[in-house]
Design a protein around this ligand. Structure first.
Ligand code: NAI
Length: 613
């Protein structure tokens, strides 16, 4: 590279260059794709000089800068002499993380790494999915949200408050990146199983988008986390001096709806019609309303409803290889009829239709129970609004869940009720008398809310249960068998769906897309996975699942003529790869720029040496 740098500069060229450097030092706009100086000219990363280069997480390589880069960028002497490869830096990161006893401290370390050196952060996360995903995502992200006021250091994401109504577009314009393609948005009303956390919910969009990049290679500068802060009804937060959101009760009704409408319109105005908007952790009553209102107008999906459904149905599809039954040979009983359960039921209907059942026949196979008992058409409590009425049966009202199980005799039991221990030993035993291989999904999070543990599922069914959960469970010994059940983690689904949708330029995300994702994940489950009791592939294979989901969605989109990016790529995998983020360091100097001959290369980079713990 240095051979392209002229050895000498005329004094006028040097003066012009120095003047430009002064300007650029002041103006470092945070987008490595299209940085612009004050006159609007695009500038390259090599033109952000001096300490600003080190302070910009998108450009910083820490001790990874070569001596030539340090001198040409004006950062020579601002760091110790040692040169490190990215691999050596990763090793140091791993050692650093292991030194922290508490997961929240690991979370803070990773956040600070992301603020300091973006490529290193994403490479670390991407290469250590199994150990680090539980830190940047569930369960630790839940704790990070609860402690958000305490651990908040630097801005990440956009906070748009109800007071900004009428000016949402102006707030969006303050976001420094011009090429946003994917937004994850929450209003913080129902964060995981933790309830209303108001503006502290920001941890969720931040964590989900970190997975967009780490698991699907969507570029970080294309991702924007957003909190719509409409207040909180969490009295503890309202009284907490550390709370950083609006200190008022939630705005509801027309004003709230107008605010969300304005937000959706402002996103399209700022970033275009194809911007993907993922809804996260909105309250149940709003989640379905917004999904129904926006799914045909915007490029949007709700991960709690559709992502959960997709990963659960994926587990059901994989279970067919253990039961040797068609999906339509089953009778499904759900405990819970909320966002997660209804989403799963709706997508299961689609999967059953694909096996040849009519919609009515498919819905007939699905029985649901909520807090008021079996969804029965004539139950005195009513409460059969929305999609619930689609699953309500002509049956006498019945409340006791154990009695319902005995009455319906399902082959598949799915828990999404957040009622800990609801699948009692008696219920599990009965399931194993009705079925050779009873299918038990205890999807409620966190672990303490699961309807039963993995151990209980195996113990009370003589080890015949086919089990999956929402939270991870460890290995279970039963007799001479060792089970290692899989976790129905939405991360198998949403990054790949987002990647495929963005690269195909799909305007509206239909249910078939989530079914494609389910089938793709199920097809990645090996015989070994099934043998150890897992209906999901290992977490370490999520990146490959994301790639395959994206390719399948692209094929589907071109076949169904819902793609808007033309011409159709010849090789889908190569096309996807060519658009993915590269987390490896790249040269920091441009090939053609009148760099001065580095004036004093006296020290050579030190030989990399192995780090000791
Ligand atoms: P939700 O609040 O929308 O629904 C809860 C449902 O459970 C309601 O229908 C309610 O009536 C019912 N319920 C509550 N108590 C009951 C009782 N004693 N008996 C019978 N039914 C009862 O909540 P959402 O969003 O559907 O989440 C439910 C659970 O599923 C949560 O624990 C959540 O963490 C988990 N979930 C798991 C996911 C996964 O595994 N990937 C993804 C999303 C949610």
């Amino acid at each position: 590279m240095l051979s392209t740098i002229p050895k000498t500069l005329t004094s006028s060229a040097r003066a012009a260059r120095n003047q430009l450097f002064q300007t650029l030092k002041i103006l470092t706009i945070a987008d490595d794709q299209q940085r612009r100086n004050i006159t609007g000219d695009i500038i390259s990363p090599g033109q952000v000089l001096g300490i600003d280069h080190l302070r910009d997480p998108r450009l910083n390589k820490g001790l990874g800068f070569t001596l030539e880069e340090r001198q040409a960028l004006g950062i020579h002497g601002l760091q110790p002499a040692r040169f490190k490869t990215q691999e050596e830096q990763l090793e140091l990161c791993r050692i650093s993380i292991e030194r922290y006893q508490e997961d929240l401290n690991k979370y803070i370390y990773l956040t600070e790494l992301q603020d300091r050196n973006e490529k290193l952060f994403f490479r670390l996360l991407s290469e250590n999915i199994e150990s680090l995903m539980p830190i940047v995502y569930t369960p630790t992200v839940g704790l990070a949200c609860q402690k958000f006021g305490l651990i908040y250091r630097r801005p990440r994401g956009l906070f748009i408050t109800i007071n900004d109504i009428g000016h949402v577009f102006d707030v969006l314009k303050n976001w420094p990146e011009p090429n946003v393609k994917a937004i994850v948005v929450t209003d913080g009303e129902r964060i995981l199983g933790l309830g209303d956390l108001g503006a502290c919910g920001m941890g969720i969009p931040v964590g989900k988008l970190a997975l967009y990049t780490a698991l699907a290679g969507i570029k970080p500068h294309e991702c924007l986390p957003i909190v719509l802060d409409v207040g909180t009804n969490n009295q503890n937060l309202l009284e907490d001096p550390l709370y950083v959101g609006l200190r008022q009760k939630r705005t509801t009704g027309k004003l709230y709806d107008d605010f969300v409408d304005e937000f959706m319109e402002a996103v399209v105005q700022r970033y275009g019609q194809n911007t993907l908007i993922q809804f996260e952790d909105f309250g149940n009553h709003n989640a379905f309303r917004f999904l129904n209102a926006y799914r045909e107008q915007y490029c949007t999906f709700n991960d709690d409803i559709q992502g959960t459904a997709s990963v659960a149905v994926s587990g059901l599809l994989a279970s067919k290889r253990l039961t040797n039954k068609k999906l339509s040979d089953n009778k499904f009983l759900f405990l819970g009829a909320g966002e997660a359960a209804i989403g799963i039921a709706d997508l299961t209907v689609k999967a059953l239709e694909n096996e040849g059942l009519s919609t009515e026949e498919a819905r007939g196979r699905i029985w649901m129970v909520d807090i008021d008992g079996l969804l029965a058409l004539d139950r005195p409590e009513g409460n059969l609004d929305g999609h619930k009425k689609l699953y309500a049966k002509k049956h006498e009202p019945i409340k006791d869940f154990a009695a319902i199980v005995n009455e319906i005799k399902p082959s598949i039991l799915i828990g999404a009720s957040a009622v800990s221990g609801a699948f009692t030993p008696e219920i599990l035993k009965n399931m194993s008398t009705f079925n050779e291989r009873p299918i038990i999904f205890a999807l409620s999070n966190p672990t303490s809310k699961a309807e039963c543990t993995a151990e209980q599922a195996y113990t009370h069914t003589e080890g015949r249960a086919i089990f999956a959960s929402g939270s991870p469970f460890g290995k279970v010994h039963f007799g001479d068998k060792l089970f290692q059940p899989g976790q129905g983690n939405n991360a198998y689904i949403f990054p790949g769906v987002a990647l495929g949708v963005l690269l195909a330029g799909i305007h509206h995300i239909n249910e078939q897309i989530f079914l494609i994702a389910s089938e793709t994940v199920a097809s990645n489950v090996s015989d070994e996975d099934l043998k150890r009791g897992s209906l999901y592939p290992p977490l370490s294979s999520i990146k490959e699942c994301s790639m395959q989901i994206a390719c399948q969605i692209l094929e589907y989109a071109y076949k169904e003529r819902i793609a808007s990016v033309y011409p159709k790529p010849k090789d889908m995998r190569k096309y996807v790869e060519s658009h993915q983020y590269n987390h490896n360091y790249e040269p920091s100097l441009p090939q053609t720029w009148p760099w001065p001959n580095p004036p004093y290369i006296k020290t050579r980079p030190l030989e990399p040496t192995k780090l000791k713990a």
